[in-house]
Design a protein around this ligand. Structure first.
Ligand code: BGC
Length: 737
């Protein structure tokens, strides 16, 4: 991408008369170039033995089976790469993930602050808040002695049944890229490294190590890869973690096209590529662009140690590659200041202050999906029935490597059985933040009762006796296992329908990993999507219910009306049997294909627009307790300007959304810019957005192309509800990355 356009992209979320905190924009840029020069000098001083120190490492955990010796300075976490003392190079101490410092299958007991899930964070559409969240979790990683946070999960949500939807951000590349970039900047402001992951096209957990993604280069560049590209430009992560899946038959961690051609070639990335855990197929992955083998005891062999040293001794091409691998790891270390500002375990954590950050993220991420006027609830309510979702105890969290264990441990733990990569290591966990206590604290005089919802008749009875019934409905999701469909599990639909029939003032609070179907939607008075709301989810939910917080979250992904509307009505591999390599008889196969060319770059709302399908709730949807109007859209070149007005009676935040709707006579729906705006009642704000030209372009013939013609834009309340279209003529243009 040319320098001018790079600047335009960097400015793409600025408000001319800005109202928002601009910390995200002010974060010092990581100077990869200077770090790279220093790294090159260090590589010159390295011995042959030293050159295979930074290239591989263990998972410093007793996992069962043969465990390599765990060095005394390693901390229980996801990864450990020894340092080189002679050269002042610190060891890399790695922990998961994007929601906070993870608890590593229960081995860590020290507690950390859990941010709401990734999708909840993204529902804020607020880069500044992403930055603050990142800075907070990065500070906790640092205080616990970690200098690498395995964060930055930004796979596009191609399928809402993906078990890791909760960890990722959005279905749109612009939104995902800007938000992940801000989070990474926040994390790295602690002088630690953040990853961006999982590169790339890691769209489902079913058969995740085998699934082979087919997608044309153009479609990939305009969607999943664009999210990474923008995230890397804006966040400058020290490391990119490659993915488990295959792309065009090659493992993503040994994929020349992804790693050498796109990431390091076209994008000029200077940091290092680390593998996902157990994702390295062979030593040749080094030539394909992988720089570091992580969690090596999970791979078939330690490829990047002595074997690599031998190759380098015998072959100049391997030697050059090995030097480059070291240079890249060192570049990340120097750029993030790991050596200047060494981490030390035992730092103080201000859990109260950090909890407040998590609560603010939850408040801005909660989405008011439906309101017939029953919300906000009156604090003077006399009786409130709370039903289901363990809402007396806490709020649900998602599981897998990103699981955070809150201070004092979970409120509720429900063991789960059999299926999925993480089965046996995980349980359903509810963070210790009771919505019921928070509701009682706001509705002081109300008689608040709780029923767990297991017995519908009992819940109905309580609902009948109460002014308001609030049903907490949960959908637990985890890394390693996709959900079979978009229905709420365990008969919760029946429960909600029965309660709603008994009490017209029924509000549903959803704690879900992603979209769910709502067959009872017409019967309830209100629905809020609270996602997995993190360490302080209880007070955040109560605050929205009673109107202390005016809801401002917007859906970062489409809620389909049914699975039949998806590009793949049936998830690829849902009836596939994992291969058994133990030598025993196996009915499994390692052949599993995901055809992403069905939708191409038209992921999520773009697919719905292309099909003319009506979702349950569109991308970008979210209600408020006030009303907004966006008017006066003008587009001049790549600049769009307009005015947002709060036309209601109370303060609130709107998320202005600009969509491309037609390009040179061809319908095309793409989010072209967005801005969150806080407005007092009656106040208005001029907004100016600079459009990233890649959003308007196609990737073909090795570069970006914009056809000449009329480009039609519209402001949208969401991806479906669009205002007056505005046309602007654009010249033809082509350019390289
Ligand atoms: C996950 C990564 C994670 C790594 C280390 C893998 O299973 O896919 O996201 O960072 O484990 O825990």
């Amino acid at each position: 991408m040319s320098k001018v356009w790079r600047l335009l992209v960097a400015a793409s979320t600025m408000v001319v008369a800005g109202t928002t905190d601009t910390r995200a924009q002010q974060a010092p840029a990581v100077d990869m170039k200077a770090a790279d020069a220093r790294a090159a000098a260090t590589v010159k001083q390295m011995t042959a033995d030293e050159k295979v120190v930074l290239t591989h490492g263990i998972m410093p955990l007793p996992l069962g089976g043969p465990t390599p010796p765990i060095p005394s300075d390693a901390i229980a976490g996801a990864g450990y790469i020894p340092g080189i003392e002679r050269l002042g190079v610190p060891a890399l101490k790695e922990t998961d993930a994007s929601l906070g410092v993870s608890y590593v299958m229960g081995i860590r007991k020290d507690g950390a602050t859990a941010l709401p899930s990734g999708v909840a964070q993204a529902a804020s559409w607020n880069p500044d808040l992403m930055y603050r969240g990142g800075a907070m979790i990065g500070s906790e990683a640092r205080a616990k002695g970690f200098n690498v946070l395995l964060a930055g999960g930004v796979n596009l949500m191609r399928d809402p049944r993906n078990g890791r939807t909760f960890e990722y951000l959005a279905e749109d590349p612009l939104l995902s890229g800007i938000l992940v970039g801000a989070a990474i900047r926040g994390i790295q402001s602690n002088n630690i490294i953040s990853t961006i992951k999982h590169f790339a096209l890691n769209g489902q957990e079913t058969g995740r190590k085998y699934v082979d993604v087919k997608i044309s280069e153009g479609a990939a560049r305009e969607s999943d890869l664009l999210a990474f590209q923008i995230g890397i430009e804006q966040g400058q992560p020290g490391s990119v973690m490659c993915a488990y899946n295959r792309v065009w038959g090659e493992q993503a961690c040994a994929n020349d096209w992804l790693l050498n051609k796109v990431l390091k070639g076209s994008w000029g990335y200077k940091g290092f590529v680390m593998s996902d855990w157990g994702a390295v197929p062979n030593i040749d992955a080094a030539l394909k662009g992988l720089d570091q083998q992580s969690g090596e005891q999970l791979d078939p062999a330690v490829f990047f140690g002595d074997k690599l040293k031998d190759k380098a001794a015998a072959d100049p091409a391997w030697k050059a590659r090995l030097d480059d691998m070291n240079r890249r790891v060192l570049t990340a270390i120097y750029a993030s200041g790991l050596d200047r500002s060494p981490v030390k375990a035992g730092g103080k954590i201000d859990f109260a202050a950090n909890g407040a950050v998590a609560e603010e993220v939850a408040k801005q991420g909660i989405v008011l999906l439906k309101n017939n006027g029953a919300l906000p609830l009156a604090k003077s309510a006399k009786s409130i029935a709370i039903i289901g979702g363990y809402a007396d105890g806490g709020v649900l969290s998602g599981a897998g490597s990103s699981q955070v264990h809150g201070e004092g441990g979970p409120a509720v733990t429900r063991p789960i059985g059999g299926k999925g990569v993480w089965a046996g290591f995980i349980a359903q966990q509810y963070h210790r933040s009771s919505p019921m206590d928070a509701i009682q604290a706001l509705a002081k005089d109300a008689k608040v009762t709780f029923r767990d919802g297991r017995y519908i008749a009992d819940a109905v009875e309580k609902a009948k006796q109460s002014e308001v019934a609030i049903v907490f409905a949960t959908q637990w999701t985890t890394e390693g296992l996709d959900v079979p469909d978009l229905s709420l599990p365990d008969g919760q639909d029946e429960l909600i329908a029965a309660v709603a029939a008994a009490n017209p003032n029924t509000i549903v609070v959803l704690e879900t990993g992603g979209p769910v179907k709502m067959p009872w939607l017409d019967k309830v008075a209100g629905v809020i999507e609270a996602w997995y709301p993190g360490a302080r989810g209880g007070p955040a939910i109560a605050s929205v219910l009673f109107g202390d917080t005016n809801p401002s979250g917007r859906l970062p992904l489409t809620f389909p009306a049914s699975e039949a509307q998806l590009p793949r009505p049936k998830l690829d591999g849902s009836d596939w049997v994992e291969p058994d390599f133990s030598g025993g008889p196996s009915s499994g196969s390692d052949k599993l294909t995901a055809d992403y060319d069905i939708e191409g770059s038209d992921v999520g709302y773009r697919w719905f627009a292309r099909q003319g399908a009506k979702p349950l709730f569109p991308f970008g949807h979210g209600l408020s307790y006030t009303t907004f109007e966006s008017t006066g859209l003008k587009v001049k070149g790549l600049t769009a300007s307009f005015t947002v007005k709060n036309t209601g009676k109370r303060e609130g935040a709107d998320v202005a959304q600009l969509y491309l709707v037609d390009r040179a006579g061809q319908a095309k729906r793409r989010l072209a810019g967005f801005q969150r705006v806080n407005l007092a009642a009656g106040a208005s704000q001029n907004v100016s957005l600079t459009i990233d030209p890649r959003i308007l372009a196609d990737w073909k013939n090795g570069g970006w192309t914009m056809p000449a013609g009329e480009y039609t834009f519209a402001l949208g309340k969401d991806a479906e509800t669009l205002g007056t279209p505005v046309k602007v003529r654009m010249p033809a243009k082509t350019w390289k990355d």
